[in-house]
Structure formats: C-alpha cells, structure tokens
Design a protein around this ligand. Structure first.
Ligand code: CFM
Length: 540
C-alpha cells in the first residue's frame, strides 16, 4: 500500500529553505552535500570533506574512530591513550560495546581507562618518558599480550614519537606493542581513525599465529562491533548454521583472533566504511575473497546467510541455512504481524556514522515505515554511490595525510580460496565479490540524502516534515525530543538491543512500536509553537 503521508511530502523545498539562510560561500559548499535520490542515475554527492567551521556537526575525531570504534571492543589488549585525561575519560566506557570472556579470569581490560594523563610539563618537555613508564606499569600490573598506544592531538603537536617508544617497549617487555598516529585532528572525521587502526592491525597483528580454529566453513566477520550485544546474536545464528566464526573485527574479539584471522576462507563485511581496507588487504595478502553482507533486518539477515552458503557451495550447509531461516522466520513473522498495523505508514529519518543510515532502512521497511531522509556523518562517496565511483574520487590533502599501505601476496601464507573458474561460476550465479552498491541504490526516487548534516539542517528537517522517529545519537537526542519528536539512538541503541540478526529484529520492532505509538510526544509543544521566536538575518 502506498504510504499516504510520504506521497504528500515535497522534499524538494527543503534544500532551498536551508541554503537561503547560509552565507553564499557556505550555501555553495553545502549544496553539493545535499541530493535528492534518483535510483536510475545515482547522483554525485560531496562527502568526506572538512566540516565548515562554525557549523555544529555530528562528527567525532580521528582518535575516536581508531581507539573507540576499531580497537575499543577488543577485550585483551591494553588500549593506552597518550594524552590529557579528558580524551581518555570520554573514551572510557562511554561506548557501549559488550564482551564475553570465556572464563571469569580470562583477561578483559575493557572496563579500565589507561592514560598517560599528560600534564603541562609533558607538553613543554615531551611525554615519551612518561609513556614508557606507563607501558611498564601496565605490563607490571596486567601482563597483557599486547599494548596499543593511541595518540591524541597534543602528541602530534609536540612531536612525541609513539612508534619508536612502541618499538623500544616491545623489545624491553617482550610483548606486542604498537602505536597509532591517530591524533584527533588528523583527518576530517573518525573515518581517518578507522583507516589508521586497520593499517596497524594488518602491519602488526594479522598473520602472527599460524593455526586457527578448525571448521568446514570458516569466515571472519568484518565491521561488526557488538553494540548492544549484536555480535552475540550473530554468533548464535552462525553456530546454529554450522559456520565457524574465526575472527570478528572487532565485536567480542581477542587479539589472538586477529592473529589467526588469515586462516578463514571468506571475509564478510558488515560496515563497509570502517573496514573495507582490511577486506581488500587480506584478499591481496592471503587470497581471501570478501562479500558485503547486512545482518540488520530479517530479510537482509536471511539473504546474507544464503550468500555465505552459496559461496561454500555445500549441499548440507545450504539445507541447514534454509532450516534455520525457516525456524527464525516463524518467530519474526508472528511479531511483525502484530506490530505492522500500528507502524505502517509512519516515517523515519536516519543520520548516523557510515553504514547504519543504510542498514537500518531495512528494519524500518519491515514495519512499513519509510525513511524519507538519511545520511552519514562521515561516509565517503562509495558508501553513498557504490564502489564503482572509487576511481573518480579525488584525493585531497586530507586523505593524503593518512598513510596508504601497499601489501603484496604473502610468500608463505597466500592461498587462493577458489580457482578463477569457481569464482567466475559464482559471479555468473549473481554473487558479487568486493562490491558494495551504497545507500542510494536502495532508496526510492525523490528522497533526501544529506552528508554531514548540521544541527540547523536537522532542526529544519523536523520543523518541515515531522518524522515519526528520528535516529541519531546522544548529542542530538534531547534537542530532537524537545521538538516533540522521539529520537532513537542508533549508536548505543539507548542501551537496549541487540538489533542485529533475527532476535535483534524482534527487539527493534518492539522498541519502535513503543516509541512511535506513545502519546507523550503529542503532549509536548515545541518552543516555536508555544512562544514567540525572534528571527534574525545576516545583512550584507
Ligand atoms: Fe561502521 Fe559502526 Fe557505523 Fe562506524 Fe560509528 Fe558505530 Fe555508527 Mo557510532 S563503525 S560507520 S564510526 S557501523 S561508532 S559501530 S554507531 S557512528 S553508523
């Protein structure tokens, strides 16, 4: 049934309305990051460029992407922050990854906050000695297998060499220690931090342990960070199907998993933005092909499982996967059946990092809710338009600032998982390797896609279109709710979840039904409805 509310919406006015309040230069720049979707001829969008100074952005920093996102969920590495205590405090348990050590005394440092706590004297005279001392102290107390050293802004400004300290400490303490030049200012967003983190994992960790777990169908899950326990649900499903999860990058992970991850036979990529580099490099170095999957939503999860089974081409696995899907489908469909009539026809807007603004549209579709505006904080053009645009993306000074490492086939460990002919045959069946089609391919014509949404633009979206639910993060939550619109956090799930896989889909349906059907929002009057608003304009 056509969504009536959506049919009546004219999203074309929004861009005009927003741009007319910006100074001319700003308007010209922002115009390139705002497009209306056109699935038959995907438009070009400006992305991964610096935020205009003065604009309130949703973005975070490079250090956040490196320390918080990629290495944060790994439980047995001491993640030591070299910098002032504030950077550590805000990265300490303010994320919401979960982890499940196999036994009570297995190492788990995720609840700790490790910092060199730099003081004025360290900024003036250098902090390398303090950093060495911190490594020794961490080793003394915890005897960890590895230490990762993360650089914050001042470290880059004063020129402390974290890499030479890491080398020296590695020799002295005899454990794996490596550093990251992930100063917050290094790139235009946290995306640069993902790249820096992944480079170090490829250089210093992957391939170190020869033997991994046994299994007939061995995969790595890339770009899944166990937010709200998502990884636990995916582990449950894979195990039920008889698929061996060798390593997860990096939800519920350990360093050892990374070390033997090269023994898997397929890499499946969830969040393309944060980890496509690892998938590409592991293919070149070890011969492991990668495919894009999406375990957000019932349909997507089923499709992803079928893709994995198709790759292995084993009759028993295919049958098992179908059996699992049928069993889970029965539960999921019952819940959808109950909830759908209460959510159908509603609208959503999603503005989060670099992949969920795409993936979560699937879950909303399953409830009959249309996403009318979406965008990434820090996605690149390929995340919007698909990997086919990669050769046309201009390399600017900011992207050149991030080390691009070149890997070659490993003399000992490279092993093609399939012959050329086998790969060709799978492609002929419709299987796409090393491919991501991006967010815009999946959106209907005439919807809004906005990169690096500003706070002003967010308010204007809500004022003009009153979505039934707005998805973003904690920084946006209370502003949006004060406007009378419920906000669902998709970075932390408002401490709910999991939302991935089959059980996760059921949790999401129930939470969204509750959020979009409560009457509390109708009791709130937005400030501009209740009081007079003073309007100011620039005079030129
Ligand atoms: Fe990938 Fe992520 Fe995301 Fe991301 Fe993130 Fe995240 Fe996100 Mo917050 S890696 S791009 S840097 S899926 S922390 S687990 S929720 S912005 S959409």
């Amino acid at each position: 049934m056509p969504n009536k509310k959506v049919v009546d919406l004219d999203l074309t006015q929004w861009k005009e309305e927003v741009l007319k309040v910006y100074p001319a230069k700003v308007a010209k720049k922002r115009a390139k990051s705002i497009v209306l979707t056109e699935p038959d001829s995907i438009p070009t969008i400006q992305a991964n460029v610096r935020t205009i100074p003065g604009i309130i952005t949703q973005r975070g920093c490079t250090y956040a992407g490196c320390k918080g996102v990629v290495l944060g969920p790994t439980r047995d590495i001491v993640n030591l922050v070299h910098g002032p205590i504030g950077c550590s405090f805000y990265a300490w348990l303010t994320r919401r990854n979960q982890t499940l050590p196999p036994t009570e005394d297995s190492p788990n440092y995720m609840t700790y906050c490790f910092s060199t706590d730099m003081q004025d004297a360290n900024i003036v005279f250098g902090g390398e000695e303090k950093l060495k001392q911190a490594c020794r102290e961490a080793f003394e107390i915890f005897k960890p297998k590895s230490i990762g050293i993360f650089s914050t802004c001042p470290v880059g400004l004063i020129g402390d060499d974290v890499h030479s300290v890491a080398r020296e400490m590695k020799a002295e303490l005899g454990i794996n220690i490596f550093g990251f030049s992930c100063e917050g200012y290094k790139g235009v967003s946290q995306s640069a931090g993902h790249h820096i983190a992944n480079n170090a994992l490829v250089k210093h960790v992957i391939g170190l342990t020869e033997k991994g777990p046994e299994g007939k169908f061995k995969i790595n899950m890339l770009g899944e960070y166990n937010i709200g326990g998502d990884a636990f649900e995916l582990e449950r499903i894979l195990e039920k199907c008889g698929i061996t999860l060798v390593a997860s990058f990096s939800g519920n992970s350990t360093m050892e998993q990374f070390e033997y991850s090269h023994t898997a036979d397929l890499n499946v990529v969830m969040c393309h933005r944060s980890i496509n580099y690892v998938a590409e490099m592991m293919e070149t170095k070890y011969g492991i092909p990668w495919i894009k999957v999406n375990f957000i939503g019932f349909e997507s999860s089923s499709k992803s499982l079928r893709k994995i089974a198709q790759y292995f081409g084993d009759k028993d696995l295919t049958a098992k996967v179908e059996e699992v899907i049928a069993e889970e489908e029965a539960k999921v469909k019952t819940v959808i059946g109950e909830i759908y009539p209460t959510t159908e026809g509603k609208t959503a807007m999603i503005f989060v990092g670099g992949s969920r603004a795409h993936h979560y549209q699937e879950l909303f579709n399953e409830l009959g809710i249309k996403t009318i505006a979406a965008g990434y904080e820090f996605g690149h053009r390929d995340d919007y338009e698909g990997r086919r645009v990669l050769p046309t993306i201009t390399v600017d000074a900011d992207s050149r600032n991030i080390e691009e490492i070149k890997v070659e086939a490993d003399e000992k460990l490279y092993k093609p998982r399939k012959t050329e002919a086998e790969l060709k045959a799978l492609e002929a069946e419709g299987m796409e390797f090393s491919e991501y089609e991006g967010l815009m391919r999946d959106m209907e014509k005439g919807l809004l896609v906005i990169d690096d949404l500003s706070h002003y633009e967010m308010e204007k979206l809500i004022e003009m279109y009153h979505p039934d639910v707005f998805c973003a993060g904690i920084k946006e939550k209370y502003c949006v709710q004060k406007m009378g619109i419920p906000l669902k956090q998709l970075h932390s799930y408002d401490y709910g979840g999991p939302y991935a896989g089959f059980e996760g889909a059921i949790n999401f349906y129930k939470d969204i039904q509750m959020i979009t059907n409560t009457s509390i929002w109708k009791e709130i009057k937005a400030p501009w409805e209740a009081e007079e608003v003073i309007v100011a304009q620039y005079a030129f």
